[in-house]
Design a protein around this ligand. Structure first.
Ligand SMILES: [Zn+2]
Length: 283
């Protein structure tokens, strides 16, 4: 039997929430509440150069205006370095990681070619990479099931390659931080945008390498920009207009395929939306 449901929303504080990030926040909140579970917010600020001072506080204020409040003090990844170092040390002791001396140009755009798997030949170590290979030296194929997208499969050895866990600039990579923190926070259900579905198999491989449980996954539809690409700060997503938070919630719910709800306040709207979510997603 599964324990209590714990969901999470994990924004990067690179700017205020936009329509797409509200969809992920709302979906994860509705899923947690529909299961009678807890909902946690995690600030994913490991990529410090991309973070904007004050953005985390603004995101939390925007969420609160929509009635979405973390059940615990938000976990901030920039305070978690010791945990990431401990995880990396365990992986190293198990022979699951290796130092890499390659420059970005040497690696190119495709999966890492495995250059440094068997030593650096005197070159200085730059990054640390996860060995994306089975103990028997065979390819690793990850089978997993998304609650919305159904059965998925990826050969992470060939399609992803040895991902970086600690970057050449000394920063922790997103993949390591996510996996360590999902386990630390006891996350049972990851609900996030479909653009991250492709990251799931490599995260499952890393969970297994660390002996951590694999949560269930539900990847939501994305809000697309006028050019058909995923809405993001990079293609000019406007910050959310929260003058009318109920209207913003309703727009996010429409992306999730939920029926319209009539309500005067966010709490009232959320209570009705939880019932609609439960009807669709809770077995
Ligand atoms: Zn290398």
């Amino acid at each position: 039997m599964r324990g209590p449901h714990v969901g999470r929303f994990a924004p990067s504080p690179t700017g205020p929430l936009h329509a797409g990030s509200l969809v992920a926040a709302l979906a994860s909140w509705l899923d947690a509440r529909a299961h009678g579970g807890r909902w946690l917010v995690r600030i994913e600020d490991v990529d410090a150069p991309r973070c904007v001072p004050g953005a985390a506080e603004e995101v939390l204020r925007q969420l609160e205006r929509c009635g979405l409040v973390s059940d615990e003090k938000p976990l901030v990844q920039s305070t978690r370095g010791a945990a990431y170092a401990e995880a990396l040390a365990r992986l190293r002791a198990a022979g699951r990681v290796f130092d890499c001396a390659c420059t970005r140009r040497e690696v190119g755009d495709g999966p890492y070619p495995g250059t440094c798997r068997h030593g650096l030949h005197g070159k200085p170590a730059r990054a640390v990479r996860l060995l994306m290979q089975g103990d028997d030296g065979r390819d690793v194929a990850i089978d997993w099931t998304d609650r919305r997208l159904g059965p998925q499969n990826q050969n992470v050895t060939r399609e992803v390659g040895d991902v970086v866990l600690r970057r050449a600039d000394g920063l922790w990579a997103y993949q390591l931080a996510v996996v360590v923190d999902d386990a630390f926070q006891g996350i049972t259900d990851v609900v996030r945008g479909e653009d991250l579905a492709d990251n799931t198999p490599r995260q499952i491989h890393l969970q297994r390498a660390l002996g951590l449980p694999t949560p269930r996954y539900l990847h939501t539809p994305l809000v697309l920009a006028a050019d058909g690409l995923k809405l993001s700060k990079q293609n000019g997503a406007a910050p959310l207009d929260l003058a009318d938070p109920v209207a913003a919630l309703q727009a996010a719910a429409a992306v999730l395929g939920l029926p319209p709800v009539t309500a005067a306040t966010p709490p009232e709207w959320l209570a009705a939306a939880v019932r609609a979510w439960a009807a669709r997603w809770v077995a």
